[in-house]
Design a protein around this ligand. Structure first.
Ligand code: ARG
Length: 253
């Protein structure tokens, strides 16, 4: 499998070299299938990705569409569990993981990350009547998280595995908090805001837990795509498109 992928990459690189020699457009240099850019995500993470009816929308969906447009590719979004995204990118099932995904050293061993396009902050959600006021008060409490997210990884480190309950979706962790099964939820700030807005009786602590960078995850062998995505992102930053996408989904307070 590895070998086959490698030789495919080689052929693609040769074809790319041929095309660029005749001055064809750069999108021909990337190893994506049939002109389709397949994005892997977990669409339960508003406002970055979520369902509006049948359609997956959000900041990441719009950014991916803008990138695909720039590269002359059609965008296809595949929804999956968050902990499957890296594998999908590694195995070539998807070309790009875009999921409010935090850049970490550990993940860098499995995928390449693009330049960062947003900042995330891990925050703590509690019930309005909670006696938890700061991150330090979490010691010995039950913490709900989304499986395999940085919130999961960091809180297991800091507060002990036995105190962390993992859920497939962030919303399930929030539900558990409402039902009193956990005392707090650690999750990214924007989804946290949207969950707190959608559920009565919850609040976000003022003290932030961890600040991190979001980026697109790409296959280690496809450095042409990495370069192309970075170039597209830089253009989208430069011409204001990125900011207008963010403003569309995160209205100024
Ligand atoms: N930023 C966190 C991480 O990378 C959470 C991302 C969760 N994303 C999602 N689409 N469910 O681990």
């Amino acid at each position: 499998m590895k070998k086959k992928l490698l030789s495919m990459a080689l052929v693609a690189m040769m074809v790319a070299a041929m095309f660029s020699a005749c001055g064809k457009k750069e999108s021909t240099g990337m190893t994506v299938n049939d002109g389709v850019l397949t994005m892997a995500t977990n669409a339960y993470f508003p406002p970055y990705e979520y369902y509006e009816g049948e359609e997956i929308v959000g900041i990441d969906a719009d950014i991916a569409k803008a990138i695909a447009d720039k590269l002359g590719l059609e965008l296809k979004i595949e929804d999956m569990e968050f902990d499957s995204i890296i594998t999908a990118v590694q195995t070539g099932k998807a070309d790009m993981g875009l999921a409010g995904m935090t850049v970490t050293d550990e993940r860098k061993q499995s995928v390449n990350f693009s330049d960062s396009y947003a900042t995330g902050i891990q925050v703590v959600i509690v019930t309005e009547d909670s006696d938890i006021a700061t991150v330090d008060d979490l010691a010995g409490k039950k913490i709900g998280v989304q499986l395999a997210t940085t919130g999961d990884i960091y809180s297991k480190d800091d507060f002990g595995e036995e105190n962390v309950e993992e859920y497939n979706k962030g919303a399930d962790a929030v539900m558990a908090l409402k039902q009193g099964k956990v005392d707090a939820v650690i999750i990214d700030n924007e989804p946290a805001k949207s969950f707190v807005k959608a559920n009565e009786g919850l609040k976000i602590l003022d003290t932030e837990y961890v600040t991190e960078d979001y980026a697109a995850a790409l296959n280690k062998d496809n450095t042409e795509l990495l370069d192309a995505v970075n170039k597209a992102l830089a253009e989208l930053k430069e011409d204001g498109t990125l900011q207008s996408i963010i403003d569309k989904y995160i209205p100024a307070e």
